[in-house]
Write a protein that binds this ligand. Structure first.
Ligand code: ZN
Length: 194
């Protein structure tokens, strides 16, 4: 699947569900409508991050390791598992167990399937239109208002601009800084050298 096809799929799912606010706020609603059950599970395997599984009865579960404390990481894991679901990956096998190393907020993955689920999670949590709009409006309101459409973050005053806006964006979209930086780079809105 190409990146464009994956992005389109993420947008289709969002268009059907999205209200005001971050996509992470509607996980429960999406799963309920799709008949998916959500479970946070304790695992002895510390590398276990999340899974999309199908029980014998056909019940689909999204499972997430209970020990993930970082909210952004947990949201990314849930969105990644929903990526497997909406991209139809569950048709190939009955379950996916995703290791911590496979769920990469910077879209680095060991194989195509995991890469697709990561890219879906990125598009899903940070829809292009919304991120672009929020980013531009925050740049406009920053002290150095001359920077309007692209932020090259270096070890100078641009770093303080970044510090001034990253927290708001992370909170709004329920993501970690790594995930946010990856998406901004990928959308051509920012570059990071520090
Ligand atoms: Zn996965």
């Amino acid at each position: 699947m190409t990146n464009n096809q994956i992005e389109q799929k993420a947008n289709e799912v969002l268009a059907a569900y999205l209200k005001k606010g971050g996509s992470h706020k509607i996980f429960a609603e999406i799963m309920q409508d799709e008949g998916i059950k959500y479970r946070e599970v304790l695992s002895e395997n510390q590398n276990f991050a999340g899974a999309l599984t199908k029980g014998n009865s056909g019940q689909v579960y999204v499972m997430v390791n209970k020990s993930i404390e970082n909210a952004g990481r947990k949201n990314f894991t849930i969105a990644h598992e929903l990526g497997h679901y909406f991209l139809g990956h569950q048709l190939k096998t009955n379950y996916f167990f995703c290791l911590d190393s496979q769920i990469s907020e910077e879209s680095i993955a060991t194989n195509d399937i995991e890469h697709e689920a990561n890219y879906f999670a990125s598009c899903f949590l940070m829809p292009e239109d919304k991120v672009r709009k929020a980013f531009f409006s925050m740049l406009k309101n920053s002290r150095k208002a001359k920077i309007k459409d692209f932020l090259h973050v270096k070890n100078d005053y641009t770093f303080s601009i970044w510090c001034g806006i990253r927290g708001d964006l992370m909170k709004r979209y329920g993501v970690s800084e790594a995930a946010l930086r990856y998406r901004l780079k990928q959308l051509g809105l920012a570059r990071f050298n520090f």
